[in-house]
Design a binder for this molecule. Structure first.
Ligand SMILES: *[C@@H]1O[C@H](CO)[C@@H](O)[C@H](O)[C@H]1NC(C)=O
Ligand SMILES: *[C@@H]1O[C@H](CO)[C@@H](O)[C@H](O)[C@H]1NC(C)=O
Ligand SMILES: *[C@@H]1O[C@H](CO)[C@@H](O)[C@H](O)[C@H]1NC(C)=O
Length: 358
């Protein structure tokens, strides 16, 4: 009986061992036993198994078309997994479910267009996730639900046009969020809710035109907000006033600013709030109206309200003249009427006299 058990145990263990041994001897480069396994540049098959003690696994540039989920299943000790520069387009359900110690996951420069509902399952220790340079289009709450310890999320160079409201609401420890070079058009209220530890929000190179006034409201630790190279024509003072950090650097250049008196007033007010630092204000240039195209807002901003002031003065003057004229006319009418009264009276008396005669 005992012997049987031993045999049944011994066979799979020894097979796994020899597989891993084989891997380190022939295919990949291993260090410190198999704590570090480097298969980078080696064309590995996706049903490969890895030594169970592995803590760092480099599978970058390994000609992978899918995540080797089966091989990852027993790597309870894995801390770093590099999968960059492959051809992965799909992440299977529960692909990382065993990797509860994983700190860093890098899947940049692949072809992923969709993150499933169970993408984050198991990854409760993950600190850093890189999904840069993939083909993502939409982000959903369910894909990020278990990333409670995530501090850095890199989603730059994708095709993201839609982020579900509250998509990041589990990421309460997030400090850096990179969303530059995507296709975002609008920032809705609630999209960054619960990110009270976020320090860096990079939205450079999107198509953002509309920013809901409360969208930055919960970002109480933000130090850098990059909105360079978007489609912003106008902003509201309230939008940035809701940032309560002692110092937030806001970058706004390279947008198609519509320079009018309103915009000048918004910027004047922003400049007066000491905790908001507009680092690239000198590079904020007008695109509309045509006469101001390419001029820095800082060079024209004192003039933008002049036309409005002149209009106000003209209106005030017109109203004043009208009122004066009306008073004069009224006075004249009154005098006229008093004069007429006499004749009317005489007429009446004449008429009444006439009637009496009748
Ligand atoms: C793995 O090896 C490649 C060279 O073969 C090297 O460029 C890469 O930095 C190594 N990875 C790690 C994590 O050390
Ligand atoms: C980007 O997303 C749009 C839909 O939002 C799609 O039509 C387009 O093909 C995508 N582009 C790439 C390069 O994946
Ligand atoms: C302003 O633009 C110039 C030229 O594009 C660039 O060299 C400079 O670094 C920019 N300044 C800031 C503060 O962004």
């Amino acid at each position: 009986m005992y012997f049987h058990y031993l045999v049944w145990f011994w066979i799979p263990l020894s097979l796994a061992d020899s597989g891993a041994h084989h891997l380190c001897q022939r295919t990949c480069f291993c260090k410190e036993g198999a704590l570090f396994v480097n298969c980078s540049g080696v064309h590995v098959s996706s049903d490969l198994t890895f030594p169970p003690e592995t803590e760092h696994l480099d599978l970058s540039n390994s000609n992978l078309y899918s995540i080797p989920s089966k091989g990852l299943r027993s790597l309870w000790k894995l801390q770093v997994l590099l999968l960059r520069d492959n051809y992965i387009s799909r992440i299977e359900e529960r692909a990382f479910v065993s990797l509860e110690r994983l700190h860093k996951l890098d899947i940049c420069r692949n072809e992923i267009s969709f993150l499933g509902n169970s993408f984050s399952l198991g990854l409760i220790s993950l600190h850093e996730l890189t999904l840069a340079s993939n083909r993502l289009q939409e982000l959903h709450y369910k894909s990020f639900r278990n990333f409670e310890n995530l501090q850095k999320l890199n989603l730059q160079n994708n095709n993201i046009s839609s982020i579900e409201t509250g998509a990041f609401r589990s990421l309460t420890r997030l400090r850096k969020l990179y969303l530059q070079n995507n296709q975002l058009h609008t920032l809705h209220n609630g999209v960054f809710s619960m990110l009270q530890h976020l320090e860096v929000l990079n939205l450079e190179g999107n198509m953002i035109k509309n920013i809901a006034p409360g969208v930055f409201h919960s970002l109480s630790s933000l130090t850098v907000l990059n909105l360079v190279q978007n489609k912003i024509e106008h902003i509201r003072f309230k939008t940035f006033l809701s940032l309560q950090t002692p110092g937030t650097h806001i970058l706004l250049s390279d947008n198609p600013w519509f320079c009018d008196c309103d915009l000048q007033r918004v910027f004047a007010k922003l400049h007066s709030v000491r905790r908001l630092i507009l680092d690239d204000y000198d590079n904020v240039t007008c695109v509309e109206p045509q006469v101001l195209r390419s001029l820095p807002l800082s060079s024209v901003d004192t003039q933008l309200c002049i036309a409005e002031t002149v209009t106000v003065l003209v209106i005030t003057f017109t109203v004043f003249v009208t009122v004066v004229a009306a008073i004069v006319m009224a006075e004249r009418n009154r005098k006229k009427r008093t004069g007429k009264h006499w004749s009317e009276d005489s007429e009446v008396s004449y008429e009444s006299h006439h009637c009496l005669n009748h």
